[in-house]
Design a protein around this ligand. Structure first.
Ligand SMILES: [Zn+2]
Length: 496
């Protein structure tokens, strides 16, 4: 045991001396952009907001003592903003989950086989999958195994939290960027080194002309290139190997990424759409890959946190019945609270029919993905646990449904505030509904029972106070919906 530890230590020591980034991403045999017929090639997008999904690798028993925390993973995502946002490329969190598997937890070796298996686990079709392995003796820090461009990456926890922007580097590959020092390779017909004067910049090197020729030479330890030979590489370029120096992408790289995204369906599928309209939806009790939505999920399923974020870049709106239910012990063996969030940069609109049932967690989040200067509301939470709570208002029908975000928000959600009272509550079936503002009465008042059946209705109410009698109805939970033209305000009461 001691021997192994010493060996690991030496490996670690050597890799520190080398001070070079080591990325396992392979150059594709064909460049995706140059293979497109010029007439068929679509213009670069103006901007792109890309959804990310974090997969946190844990032991098979769910133990996570060395796994990355979701808080650190989200912080790493925030670290992308200053690098990518100047190029109109932004990232938002679609969600996260756990993969409990010792084979991935213990010394992930970055072999083709291991990478292939892991990157085909719990795949998201609408987000870039980021697999974070906690333990590895491999010198490889990260790999965009699915290719250039690609839909996923695998990265060591230390590379993710190390502040060296290796996460940004692997994402660059996913979005179509090559290493700045791309050289000749026997197996790759198009690969050739860029001339020092850049004369072949559009067909050799990284195919980007404002990244100078790079021979991946030595630096002086202060991010100054000392390799001579006429080279003058950008040692701060994210797609270089200059360890500890990576901080920027060039305009040409930004343009190439926006062009690759425009011409790659697999990446277009991973963008946050401008507007999302959600209608006639009951949110499932377990949120996770389809294989997890049964009473006995396999170990790859993501206990103990279930979450789902519906992300519309500009707006998220609901119509018809949209119901967020709490966890149920029948369908949720982990007995976890359901967490659903709607995220948009500008507006979240909850229209009549939207309902969060008691016990469910729902959050409406106004969160500018771009630009970089984002001050998320913290709610006093310094981040031990759910990053969601870092930037969201959580509420359920027990509280006022409202989302009064901080002043970085451009717009708040339409308030769905309980502005009427039920007196008394609980009651024996004989009670009063009292509106606080008699000038703002709803169009209808509807009372439904716990099964959703309408038991009473008042059309066009014109009084601020109504006395109701449902004494003959059975005991239990009832909901009063007050329907306005642009919102529904609901409260619950219990009939004894
Ligand atoms: Zn790389």
């Amino acid at each position: 045991m001691k021997k192994i530890l010493i060996f690991i230590f030496i490996l670690h020591f050597i890799s520190n001396i080398k001070a070079q980034i080591n990325c396992g991403t392979k150059t594709p045999v064909i460049d995706s952009l140059t293979m497109i017929n010029p007439q068929a090639k679509l213009a670069p997008l103006n901007n792109a907001t890309i959804k990310l999904f974090f997969h946190i690798i844990r032991k098979s028993d769910g133990n996570d003592n060395n796994s990355i925390s979701i808080f650190d993973a989200v912080n790493a995502m925030f670290g992308l903003a200053p690098i990518y946002n100047p190029h109109n490329i932004c990232f938002v969190l679609k969600g996260w989950g756990y993969i409990n598997e010792n084979d991935y937890y213990n010394d992930f070796n970055f072999s083709d086989n291991a990478c292939n298996n892991l990157s085909n686990t719990n795949v998201n079709t609408d987000a870039i999958d980021v697999y974070i392995v906690p333990n590895s003796n491999s010198s490889i820090q990260g790999i965009a195994f699915s290719g250039i461009p690609g839909r996923s990456l695998i990265i060591q926890k230390q590379a993710m939290i190390g502040g060296k922007n290796i996460f940004a580097h692997e994402l660059g590959h996913c979005l179509g960027l090559y290493h700045t020092f791309q050289t000749t390779s026997q197996d790759i017909p198009w690969a050739c080194p860029e001339n020092i004067n850049g004369s072949n910049c559009s067909t050799c090197g990284d195919l980007v002309c404002d990244t100078p020729a790079d021979n991946n030479g030595p630096t002086d330890g202060n991010c100054n290139y000392i390799g001579g030979g006429g080279y003058n590489p950008l040692v701060n370029n994210i797609m270089s190997y200059y360890d500890g120096c990576l901080s920027q992408l060039t305009v040409g790289q930004g343009n190439r990424m926006l062009s690759v995204i425009a011409n790659t369906q697999g990446l277009l599928d991973r963008l946050a759409p401008n507007n999302i309209s959600i209608s006639q939806t009951t949110y499932p009790l377990i949120i996770g890959p389809a294989s997890c939505n049964n009473p006995l999920p396999p170990s790859f399923c993501p206990p103990p946190i279930f979450n789902l974020l519906e992300i519309g870049k500009t707006k998220v709106s609901t119509s018809g019945n949209v119901v967020v239910n709490p966890a149920s012990t029948v369908n949720n063996p982990f007995n976890q609270t359901t967490t659903i969030g709607f995220v948009s940069e500008n507006e979240i609109e909850l229209l009549p029919g939207f309902e969060v049932n008691e016990g469910a967690k729902f959050a409406a989040v106004i969160s500018p993905a771009c630009p970089a200067s984002v001050n998320f509301r913290t709610n006093g939470n310094t981040g031990n646990g759910n990053p969601y709570e870092l930037f969201s208002e959580e509420f359920n029908t027990q509280n006022n449904l409202s989302a009064d975000m901080d002043n970085t928000s451009k717009l708040i959600t339409k308030e769905v505030k309980s502005d009427f009272e039920i007196i008394p509550n609980p009651n024996n079936g004989y009670f009063e509904i009292i509106f606080k503002n008699s000038n703002d009465l709803p169009q209808n008042i509807v009372i439904i029972d716990a099964q959703g059946k309408e038991v009473n209705r008042i059309n066009k109410p014109n009084e601020y106070k109504y006395t109701l009698d449902i004494k003959e109805m059975r005991s239990g939970l009832y909901i009063i919906h007050t329907l306005y033209a642009d919102k529904t305000i609901s409260r619950r009461f219990i009939k004894n």
